[in-house]
Design a protein around this ligand. Structure first.
Ligand code: MF3
Ligand code: CO
Ligand code: CO
Length: 258
């Protein structure tokens, strides 16, 4: 499949979907507290997306086997695609990634952030901060003429210089009317390699950075991805538009200043 260039009309729809996805992450923040279950966080997000935003939670029934919930909640050593459950109660010192994808007027907005449950230990705060820096360093490079290998390289460089590792099995992706489309956006690579960015492309950057070794495995539910060494993992994600001069962060939150 070819990489699509979005029309002005599609870009406007991507802006709307991106804003809605960001607003879900802002809305849920106050609910991420010790004692809450990830199942409850899923219900709150689902109801908000469906009833308030009148949008569709893209994860629900996505893929094969169909993903059973409306958001992904990935706690501590879960890298990504954690399935919300009433049995998974968050406790003080946990870190959790909440990944939200909404569909509005046929277009997707996909974004995730890390939350601390109460106060987190310093080593986890550092992992979460460095992972966010990885995302931001990638975003800074987005403009026409940059190549995907440049983005992968800066992310890998920052992670590894902090003694962390980059998950290889999952990556960012083109996005639009289709949830996951070309190109694949790797979070490692070499400068001056790979696809050259063009104005009108929309894609995600969503680095998954491990405190320990990079290897992952999928649990028996066929979705939950965990670190093999059971050390912690963090992830941050934005949906981006390549503009004539640089980048527009379609899923920017109020707390962010790009
Ligand atoms: N939101 C994830 C991504 O960033 C994909 C989740 S697919 C699901 O690409 F089915 F697990 F929800
Ligand atoms: Co994504
Ligand atoms: Co996502």
């Amino acid at each position: 499949m070819a990489v699509t260039i979005k029309t002005a009309d599609e870009i406007e729809k991507m802006r709307v979907a991106g804003r809605l996805a960001a607003e879900v992450l802002e809305m849920i923040e106050e609910h991420v507290q010790p004692g809450v279950s990830t199942g409850e966080l899923d219900r709150i997000c689902h109801d908000y997306i469906v009833n308030v935003q009148q949008a569709i939670p893209a994860p629900l029934n996505y893929g094969n086997p169909p993903f059973p919930k409306s958001i992904c909640t990935s706690v501590n050593h879960v890298i990504c695609h954690g399935i919300p459950s009433d049995d998974k109660i968050l406790k003080k010192g946990d870190i959790v990634n909440i990944d939200v994808t909404v569909i509005k007027n046929g277009y997707h907005g996909d974004t995730s952030k890390m939350y601390f449950v109460g106060e987190a230990p310093a080593h986890l705060e550092r992992l979460v901060r460095v992972t966010q820096e990885c995302l931001y360093k990638g975003i800074e490079l987005v403009k026409p003429g940059t190549r995907l290998g440049d983005i992968g390289h800066v992310i890998q460089q920052h992670a590894e210089s902090n003694y962390y590792s980059v998950v290889r099995e999952y990556c960012g992706h083109g996005i639009g009317a289709v949830f996951h489309e070309d190109p694949q956006v790797l979070h490692y690579g070499r400068p001056d390699t790979g696809l050259e960015l063009k104005e009108g492309m929309t894609f995600t950057i969503e680095p998954m950075i491990n405190a320990g070794k990079p290897q992952s495995k999928v649990l028996g539910d066929q979705w939950t991805v965990v670190t093999k060494d059971r050390k912690a993992s963090a992830q941050w994600e934005h949906t981006l538009l390549v503009t004539s001069t640089g980048v527009e962060v379609l899923t920017k939150r109020a707390e962010e200043t790009f």
